[in-house]
Design a protein around this ligand. Sequence first.
Ligand code: 3PG
Length: 306
Amino acid sequence: MTKVLVATDKPFAPAAVDGIRKVVEGAGFELALLEKYTSVEDLKKAVADADAMIIRSDKATREVIESGKKLKIIVRAGAGYDNIDLEAASEKGVVAMNTPGQNSNAVAELALGMMVLMARNNYNGSSGTELKGKTLGIHAYGNVGKLVAEIAKGFGMEIYAFDPFVAKADIEKDGVKVVDSVEELYKTCQYISLHIPANAKTKGSIDHSLLMSMPQGACLVNTARKEVIDEAGLMKVFADRPDFQYISDIAPDCAADIATKYAGRFFFTPKKMGAQTEEANINAGIAGANQIVNFLKNGDTTFKVN
Ligand code: 3PG
């Protein structure tokens, strides 16, 4: 029987697993579940006889992909697919997909939630600041960036965006001002919300000079990937400008150093939390299951990324 493996180190909400099961079993397939696994060997064993696999930030490395002797498709239930070795997948004839947009609202809400937390000094009882009237720069105007802009508008923020891949008019019709360069975005905005993917071009691209150019009271909000930050540059920014704050969904590698030296100027989630809501899990998980069924039954390759 065709087997669909759901392999999630960080499990989906139970309601999402129920929904995935309904789709998979409804198609006449078998569902296998591997949650909170502790070693890559467990993942390799589980994928060995699977035809399809749904993952989250779980690493689909070459060795994992090659262990899937019958594997035909991997769906990353989420947006970023930097955790899939696309080259290995293509070599093995395995289709890789993501589920764009399905968990975006959860990520956008977290971005704004962390901004309020920081502006109010981690709710420690002291006098904070408000988001209203502050400038917010959306760095990449995709599914999440667009929603961050929409929610931030409700807070009364003045919103700017930079995204060379989205038509200016499409951004402007959301009431967002478009700037022509990354440099201009950082120079203009007190808050910057990152929504770029992690790839060879973007890794380490958020550097000392960009962050130093931000206006007084600068706050960098990262619900994208920690890898896009140049951490040596980040440490230097913390040292060079006492007003700088950094909020990140998942701690940077230099978190312990920041915690020792710069208390009160950062907030890091202990685990990647952006998409960790029941709604996002249901949306992304069930979309992933449907994509697998449509691919295995009808050859539908919508959302293929390799
Ligand atoms: C994504 O790329 O969709 C988010 O980073 C969510 O990741 P997660 O599924 O591991 O929470």
